[in-house]
Design a protein around this ligand. Structure first.
Ligand SMILES: [Zn+2]
Length: 326
């Protein structure tokens, strides 16, 4: 096949701190990537230009031209209108309200652009590439700074009446529990996200709790990362092990609720926290889910950690582009 006949899909993972872009061929082999900082503080237009720059850099890195790109998919962190291609609101991107991202990028790139919520897009990537679109129904949960998710029903993303479905992180798990960023109390995100886990550790240390983490990182626990928690647990830190165990239990209760409501074939769990603490969290998460589902509803259902890792976002965004241009 001559080079000019080749077709490629681009996936962009737009985050509050970085913009990752991946170039995929039609077999969905990753051909190249680019990574730029978002510079969200410079405002909406500057970020849109940086997304376009990331796309051009990734294409150039692969010795391709934009004319060989069939479509660009973007996962954006917040509420999006997938039909109009607008970012309605993005809490981690200051000033982003009703931003016509699809229209602006199509102007800059002259390539069709498709937009989705970041966790919905990650779920689509896991469904389509990790599970080869085989399960009919799948739920994705991504545990990182926050907790997000996505629902695949009958092979398609389920978006709901106002296109906001899949806000798994804001399922209330503990009435009167800790305050969540959304304003409610006791959401899964306020109990089991990296932010919640770190807050719990920091407040206990302030109250005099002893942990290997302070030997490793200093009293103020500055620059703590999920990987540090794994190291502390493997060195025998019972306090950190308990905090992680509790977070895994909360996540397991969330999974049980989802299984009761949706009865999916597969629940896939991903995100930075799970990537760093998979062995420490997954057994408890799975056991708790099984203990809390309605009797008899769990048969044949698998709860698994995702293997796509950091690439779930760019992969899913490229799948969005392929589906949009098909
Ligand atoms: Zn919430």
């Amino acid at each position: 096949m001559a080079d000019n006949q080749k077709e490629y899909y681009l996936g962009v993972d737009l985050g509050g701190t970085k913009i990752l872009t991946g170039v995929f061929d039609t077999k969905f082999d990753l051909k190249g990537t680019s990574k730029l900082s978002t510079k969200a503080g410079r405002g909406v237009d500057a970020v849109i230009e940086r997304i376009a720059r990331g796309v051009k850099e990734a294409v150039d890195e692969c010795d391709l031209s934009l004319s060989q790109v069939r479509g660009v998919g973007i996962g954006a962190p917040g509420a999006v209108d997938t039909e109009t291609g607008k970012v309605i609101f993005a809490p981690n991107l200051p000033g982003w309200k009703d931003v016509p991202l699809k229209k602006e990028l199509e102007k800059l790139l002259d390539v069709p652009v498709f937009l989705g919520n970041d966790c919905n897009v990650c779920t689509l990537g896991v469904f389509d590439q990790e599970f080869k679109a085989k399960p009919k129904h799948l739920v994705g949960i991504f545990i990182g700074t926050g907790i997000g998710g996505g629902l695949v029903v009958n092979g398609d993303l389920y978006c709901g009446h106002n296109l906001t479905a899949g806000e798994i992180g804001h399922m209330v798990i503990e009435v009167n529990g800790p305050k969540c960023g959304c304003g409610n109390r006791g959401c899964l995100e306020a109990l089991a996200s990296r932010t919640a886990i770190f807050r719990k550790i920091e407040s206990a240390v302030k109250d005099g709790q002893e942990t290997l983490l302070t030997d490793m990182l200093g009293k103020d626990l500055k620059d703590m990362r999920s990987g540090d928690l794994r190291k502390a647990i493997r060195r025998g830190d019972k306090f950190v092990a308990k905090v992680i165990e509790e977070a895994a239990e909360f996540a397991g209760i969330g999974v049980a609720n989802l299984i009761n409501i949706l009865n999916p074939e597969i629940v896939v769990v991903g995100g930075g926290v799970i990537e760093a603490l998979q062995d420490e969290m997954m057994p408890t998460l799975v056991k708790t889910a099984k203990d809390h589902v309605m009797s008899g509803t769990m048969s044949g259902i698998e709860i698994k950690a995702s293997k796509l890792g950091d690439n779930a976002g760019i992969t899913g965004a490229a799948v969005l582009a392929r589906r949009g241009t098909a």
